[in-house]
Design a binder for this molecule. Structure first.
Ligand code: PBG
Length: 327
């Protein structure tokens, strides 16, 4: 056997060659940045476990969004921190809630920015679960109506896309019905279709003050061991009317991002969640890894796995770095 004819290193000799044969490229247009909106005025409170991320009041939102739009990031995903919580999460559909107010503010600033709202009850319920609790259990069907009402209130305020993250069965259909019945058949639904019950949401629960006060979310979020079930969840959500589907978290679920991308034709979104962000930040702060390099590698990997869009707390940094690279 002679020395191999094929020498893959030939195409790695210099950056010009590497760039020419590069299979995956990132752009700021791939990103969606989550924002945490709270009540009050002039609030900009850093989230301890998510350095670089803040809870901000409505008056700060437009400035923040202007910066995001200027970086070429096309969309934000809004989460709300209400002033008070109750058993039913009634503030979720309050006309003057932080999310509704933030949506109105962004839309009246006429920025080139898509506003997506997270539709869930866990930030609004006193028990911290994503639905109504009866006899210690999260009940499905009576939760649907509340989610539909919440989605409708976001859309009435001007949201472009609603993103249900509760994992109740049938919520996409319930929300689609409520939107269509009220003249919003042009508004899209991005469903958290395959959302796993994950330890990687830890920092988010501090950010959104949404930790369950008893038990956990295993009776509604998916078991991390199940892959085929994710395909079923995605198929069901598309059937019910989801326009975009999401896999969440991202890093431990690359196999599903790829399979969903190969089997379905709707845009696939991956959520690079709070714990994935926090791990990178913590290690970088210790000088244990190079933040920029690792972030770009993670985001490129998520895209290579098959994601069309990536929800990530790194969006602003990554967009800036991509801009620097082009100079
Ligand atoms: C609300 C919701 C959660 C996240 C997004 N929407 C938390 C949860 O389900 O416990 C997690 C996002 C993140 O960790 O970045 N249901």
């Amino acid at each position: 056997m002679p020395f191999p004819i094929h020498r893959p290193r030939r195409l790695r000799r210099n950056e010009s060659l590497r760039r020419m044969v590069r299979e995956t490229s990132l752009t700021p247009a791939d990103f969606i940045l989550p924002l945490f909106v709270c009540a009050g005025y002039g609030v900009r409170r850093e989230i301890a476990s998510m350095p670089g991320c803040h809870q901000i009041s409505v008056d700060q939102v437009v400035g923040e969004c202007r910066e995001i739009a200027e970086l070429g990031v096309p969309a934000v995903l809004l989460f709300g921190l209400p002033e008070r919580k109750d058993e039913q999460g009634s503030q979720a559909s309050a006309e003057r809630g932080p999310v509704q107010e933030a949506v109105r503010a962004i839309k009246s600033a006429a920025l080139d920015l898509i506003v997506i709202t997270d539709v869930c009850l866990c930030e609004y319920t006193s028990h911290g679960h994503c639905g109504i609790v009866e006899g210690g259990d999260v009940v499905n069907d009576s939760t649907l109506d509340l989610l539909a009402r919440e989605a409708l209130s976001h859309v009435r305020a001007g949201a472009d896309i609603v993103a249900p993250s509760d994992m109740m069965d049938g919520r996409v259909q319930a929300i689609r019905g409520a939107l269509d019945g009220n003249g919003f058949d042009h508004i899209s639904i991005m469903s958290y279709a395959a959302k796993y019950c994950s330890g990687f949401y830890g920092p988010f629960r501090e950010a959104a003050d949404s930790a369950p006060q008893f038990g956990d979310r295993r009776s509604y979020q998916m078991d991390p061991a199940n892959g085929r079930e994710a395909l079923k969840e995605v198929a069901m959500d598309i059937e019910e009317g989801a326009d975009l589907v999401m896999i969440k978290p991202a890093l431990a679920y690359f196999d599903l991002i790829r399979q969903v991308r190969d089997r379905f034709v709707v845009p696939v979104v991956a959520y690079n969640v709070s714990g994935e962000y926090a791990m990178v930040k913590a290690a970088a702060r210790n000088g244990w890894l190079d933040e920029r390099r690792v972030v770009m590698e993670i985001l490129t990997g998520i895209k290579r796995a098959g994601a069309d869009l990536i929800i990530t707390y790194h969006a602003k940094d990554a967009a800036r770095w991509l801009g620097d690279d082009r100079k």
